[in-house]
Design a binder for this molecule. Structure first.
Ligand SMILES: [Zn+2]
Length: 256
């Protein structure tokens, strides 16, 4: 094996054709951040590396760094599947949840590390566990925000630092807003006591507590969904496209 090869692990988060037979593929690597790689002839010779290049696949990569200019994108020498997440290909709901996890992690991705492990574990869960609906996705996003340093302050009002009657959350202020501070704060997103309990529970739990997210009123579910979406978007400039989340909501798949 060439000493110039770089070996790493990464999850495919998308790709597009280039030329007639090749692919440019974006991977979230275990410890080198987000990387675009060039898979020469991948469309012609799919059997050689097959599913390792498919979106959502977790693969081991051997990459050949190239020179400057447009050739600087590393060339895929070899890619071997670690986990193809086969259930995702058979179940639209699971696939959309997996794509949603990838699109949110991608927005917040730094070097890798804990966020990579979080995504890898999340994809494996959505692929194999029976119940990974709304509560699981909420937990996934809460943990993602915590790992990326963007979790909302939920213990007390971020304006007056008191813990009294929280009535909403303001993404521009970083967290909870109390009833006394809310008037005049146009960005405050309403959150009732039930929703606040759920968000606090998600933030403190080591895993998902399904009972915390069951039997919620539609209003509370909408409040939590809107707040988590705002917290996904706010650290990266706000109002970013989240096509998988939009599709999940259209299909009602976030509620199961
Ligand atoms: Zn306050």
């Amino acid at each position: 094996m060439s000493s110039y090869l770089v070996e790493l692990e990464g999850i495919v988060c998308g790709g597009r054709p280039t030329g007639e037979t090749s692919l440019l593929i974006t991977i979230l690597t275990e410890n080198r951040g987000k990387l675009t790689v060039y898979a020469r002839g991948a469309l012609r010779d799919h059997r050689r590396i097959g599913g390792a290049l498919d979106t959502c696949s977790r693969s081991a990569w051997s990459l050949l760094p190239r020179g400057g200019g447009e050739d600087r994108i590393p060339l895929v020498d070899q890619a071997d599947l670690i986990d193809a997440h086969p259930s995702l290909r058979r179940d639209l709901g699971r696939l959309l949840r997996a794509l949603f996890m990838i699109e949110t992690v991608r927005l917040h991705y730094g070097g890798g590390g804990a966020l990579y492990d979080h995504l890898a574990a999340g994809l494996a869960a959505v692929d194999r566990r029976p119940h990974t609906g709304r509560g699981f996705l909420w937990w996934f996003v809460s943990r993602l925000l915590e790992l990326s340093g963007h979790a909302p302050e939920l213990a007390r009002c971020v304006v007056c630092a008191k813990g009294e009657t929280i009535v909403g959350l303001d993404p521009s202020a970083g967290g909870a807003i109390c009833g006394a501070c809310a008037p005049g704060r146009a960005r405050t997103m309403a959150l009732g006591p039930q929703g606040l309990r759920v968000l606090r529970g998600l933030a403190s739990a080591g895993g998902v507590d399904p009972s915390a997210t069951r039997d919620l009123s539609p209003k509370t579910s909408r409040e939590i969904g809107s707040i988590l979406r705002a917290w996904i978007e706010w650290p990266v400039g706000g109002d970013v496209p989240l096509p998988a989340l939009d599709a999940l909501q259209l299909l009602g798949s976030t509620s199961r």
